[in-house]
Design a protein around this ligand. Sequence first.
Ligand code: TYM
Length: 332
Amino acid sequence: MKNNEQKVMLTGVRPSGNLTLGNYLGAIKNFVTRQTKYKSYIFIADLHAITSPRDPVELRVAVNDCIAMYLACGVDPEQTIVFRQSDVLEHGIMGFIMTFQTHMGELSRMTQFKLKSQNMGKNGIDTGLFVYPPLMSADILLYNTDMVPVGLDQQQHVELTRDLAQRFNKRYGDTFNEPDVYIAPVGNKILNLQNPTEKMNKSDGPNPGTIFLMDDLKLARKKIMSAVTDSESIVRFDEENKPGISNLISILAAITDDDIAAIERRFAGRGYGDFKRAVADAVCDLLADIQAKYQQFKNPAVLNAILANGAERARVVADETLSRARVALGLK
Ligand code: TYM
């Protein structure tokens, strides 16, 4: 379907003013380092935020905070199309179309659905939680995406997207590009520092095991220094037997782009205190840099202009793809 055009990269984050170190290392950093090589899109997935009830005022604020955070993390709006999902109405219609290509069994098997629906027992499970993967597929397919950098928890959804694209193309003729997922070799699943068998989540709220990008530096340092480890006192990467230390090694490796073996060698014969101080230094340097830039970008007029421009540019492509899909379906 594609000729010699520039390859397309896209990713999205559900709006939360307070992104975590996991969001940064699992997705945003990998996007930022590649944004010049691709035609790049990054969006705030605000339709995904309403799959469960959410305070509207808080949501609007979170969207703006989240864009400021993208910029602070290095997203360049000159290079990259930055937009809010709900500004491009094509996402809704395409989400609807992709939902109809999906089997109940496929959605029931999604790990995120299984995990999150466990906590929804009492008042029933929100349909939004069940059907959001095909909306995510729509987000990706609308822009003819080749590559989607995400953390490990979202890999299954990108794989579903490939399946849906293939299914649609087979049924209705060549319409969608099949995207590849990009999972960073290190940092794709940052774990909670206090409970290193669980993922670090932005929905955790104030939590001693979660590093938020806006955390006060002293607090962030304290969180790293009190991270759960083990009694062995050897800095060695072993996710099964040493999840806490392995998580800290991943954090350091992902921030500094060092490889894991080099970190193990550097800390051979040194205690956990020394090692944790090095991790805390790297995390605090990163946070200090992001936080300084965040203040610089938190200007509503600038953010609104970026979003308006981004939506306009995104709409052109989304509209073209949606038209193609409608023609293929016999709807146009
Ligand atoms: P969300 O908002 O939960 O997370 C945003 C990105 O951060 C990654 N991530 C992590 N990576 C490593 N370690 C962690 N602890 C960690 N926590 C989160 C996620 O994998 C994700 O890449 N449905 C998506 C948003 C979305 C999207 C899309 C992404 C909507 N449409 C289209 C890509 C393409 C979500 O809820 O991500």
